[in-house]
Design a binder for this molecule. Structure first.
Ligand code: A3P
Length: 321
């Protein structure tokens, strides 16, 4: 088995070869460009470790996304669906733990502790921001029955969400007015955490077309529009379908309401708690949860550039935002 030291050597070896970029705006983060994607330095070791050492179980479930696409929501929904025989909505761990602590980002944890994160006989459930091409082979292997659920979001809303979230890393300093421009330009060049977003989305979309039994491709906007339909679809895909009795009892609607941003925001743990590994307030994962918030912050020029980019990048897919 590979040890921590081998891992470090391997990461250092890779780090020597990758292109680095200081993030010029507020996060004070530097990124490295690895296999076509920008990865924050602090996550790099975890990303490589996941790619190289993770071995999929047949019933594993991995939630994948570009940051700020609705990961927290998808975690809450999936956790509730697959654990509903162990917990009711009145005693679910979601009442006392943030979804990110229950469904860990795999690059942030020690792979040896991965089995601590599932409940009783439920499958292992975790998340990743890795691009599809950076996922471990055993997860993508068509012979393995594990499942991947990907969520994406209108990139303009994703950008706005990222912009507000990144301010949590700025040490509370007032952000200079020109930074938004710079942040947006970088985003349009694909320089953001796990960017470029279009390649991130397109890779998962293509894979989901080829292996629809294995990869479910979801859009934040669709979940907003018809949540009940997609909760049912998610449960079917994960092979945890709702029984007729559960449907008649209104369980799908109840889960949908329970996982809504308004409800989740109101839990004490999400008001005052902190994320286990990132040490940022849980509240920062719940902002507005609206579609189209870009209208309130982006300049007409930014919107124009952003829309052109979306049109150009997603032209050959059936993805529309
Ligand atoms: P906004 O900043 O636009 O409000 P992620 O979970 O991938 O980090 O994405 C965070 C975005 O999802 C934030 O968007 C956040 O408010 C929104 N969000 C969090 N929980 C949600 C929920 N239960 N329902 C809908 N949106 C949610």
């Amino acid at each position: 088995a590979k040890g921590e030291d081998d891992d470090l050597d391997e990461v250092e070896e890779i780090m020597k070869r990758v292109q680095k970029k200081e993030h010029p705006t507020i996060e004070g983060n530097s990124y490295c460009f690895y296999n076509g994607f920008w990865i924050s330095n602090n996550l790099f070791k975890g990303v490589i470790s996941f790619q190289k050492h993770y071995v999929a179980n047949d019933d594993d479930i991995v939630l994948a996304s570009c940051p700020k696409s609705g990961t927290t929501w998808l975690k809450a929904l999936t956790f509730t669906i697959i654990n509903r025989s162990h917990f009711t909505l009145s005693n679910t761990p979601l009442l006392v733990s943030n979804p990110h602590d229950l469904v860990p980002e795999i690059s942030l944890i020690d792979l040896h502790t991965i089995d601590d994160y599932h409940h009783k006989n439920s499958p292992r459930l975790f998340s990743t921001h890795n691009a599809y091409s950076l996922l471990p082979l055993s997860l993508k292997n068509n012979n393995s029955k594990c499942k991947i659920v990907y969520i994406c979001r209108n990139p303009l809303d994703l950008f706005v969400s990222l912009w507000y979230f990144s301010q949590k890393f700025s040490g509370g300093e007032k952000i200079k007015p020109h930074s938004l421009d710079l942040y947006f330009d970088n985003f349009c060049q694909g320089i953001h955490a796990f960017g470029p977003f279009w390649n991130h989305v397109l890779e998962f979309w293509k894979a989901s077309q080829e292996m629809s039994h294995k990869i479910l491709f979801l859009k934040y906007e669709d979940l907003k529009k018809d949540n009940v339909f997609f909760v049912k679809k998610l449960a079917d895909f994960l092979e945890f379908p709702f029984s007729l009795e559960e449907e008649q009892q209104g369980m799908i609607e109840e889960i949908s309401k329970f996982c809504s941003i308004e409800r989740m925001k109101s839990f004490e743990i999400n008001k005052v708690g902190k994320h286990d590994s990132l040490s940022i307030p849980n509240s920062s994962f719940f902002r507005k949860g609206k579609v189209g918030d870009w209208r309130n912050i982006l300049t007409p020029q930014m919107v124009d550039n952003g829309k052109k980019l979306i049109q150009e990048k997603f032209r050959d897919s059936n993805i529309s935002f």
